[in-house]
Design a protein around this ligand. Sequence first.
Ligand code: ADP
Length: 422
Amino acid sequence: MVDAVRLTERARRSAVELQTVAEVSLQATQNLAVADLLRAVVELTKQRFDLYHAHIYLLNEEEQRLQLAAGSGEAGEFMLAQHHSIRLKQNSLVARAAREKRGVIVNDVLQEASFLPNPLLPETRAEMAIPLLVGEDAIGVLDVQSTQVDRFSETDVQVLTTLAAQVAVALQNARLYEEQVAVAEQLREVDRLKSEFLASMSHELRTPLNSIIGYAEVILDGLDGPINDEMQEDISAIHGSGRLLLSLINDILDLAKIEAQQLDLDIEPLEVKPFLADVTETSRILIKDKPVELVLDLPADLPQAQADRIRLQQVMNNLISNAAKFTEEGSITICARQNNGVLEFSVQDTGIGIDEEKIAVVFERFRQVDQSSTRRAGGTGLGLAITRQLVELHGGQIWVESERGKGSRFFFTLPLANGTSE
Ligand code: ADP
């Protein structure tokens, strides 16, 4: 009879203990901040297992020390504030559990020669230390203490070993998460510094460059007196290179701003027809010496686009100047039409075209498909990267259809202005 009662009592106790393990594990896995996680585990373990004290040490591998990371009650707080730690080699129950990677029990601390009484925990009579194992490694120790002699059994070791395994996994996850958050934060900071640097460098470079361009114009306009043909040619070269460099610096600054999400669009309803007519006229200069026809092909009716005029001009200029750069004869056709609830624009040329396998990379930064033809035509490989970003900032898409030797057609879409329907 007595045995039956004892058995029932044991069964009840282990059911409660398993439930507690599940509860503590759940708490642990729900917590992604390491310190909070460990504090929750020690408090719950102490409470639910009816213990005198519980604390967790974490291994500092470099220093070969077990560093107190959480402790229950006031004693725990105090020891934590004191940065309490134990050397891995020390003759202590906690260090032994970490070294031997298994749970260890001292059921009567007063009989244990190596037991060092802690003045903050004067009533400890029994102690059990369980390693926190991840794979083969002990990353810390869960140490529990009771005021009762003979409090801990092998069953307790098993129960708390299960608990410690869950805590170790949760701890590992929380550490990885904290690391990830820290790395993401660092990356954001590096990115911010990069953009800041680029923005200020671009400004520093642009100021003297603008004065080079400006003074070259003054001389070319004859404001400083007459110049001969040779001087005219040389200063035109200075002027041309200056403008090229300025546009490169502007591109770099734009890209830096877009990537730092600092580029704000000034989006308004835009009348597409007159806008494209303007763009076409100002682009004529790009093909002035070539047998290339510039055609604007628009339907009678076109709804307004929702766009930033200046940035859309930049998009069109990039596409048309590429078409002009890579087309020796034939035509460049600019189209726009309404299609599936958006406005679809395209710039089509009869130039050198792009190989099928290169099409995927033309919108990437610094990509130039054919080094030799680009070197002849000039460029940095930034134009299409910026163009894509600008289109996407408007909520549109960009793509290209092209065939080597036949020509290319770049398409992009823009939203219709509010209130304009199909
Ligand atoms: P780049 O300043 O070199 O023109 P882009 O980003 O504007 O840089 O273009 C990237 C590359 O895509 C170009 O170097 C060129 O190889 C290819 N490309 C762009 N537009 C055309 C086009 N209309 N026809 C043929 N190739 C083109």
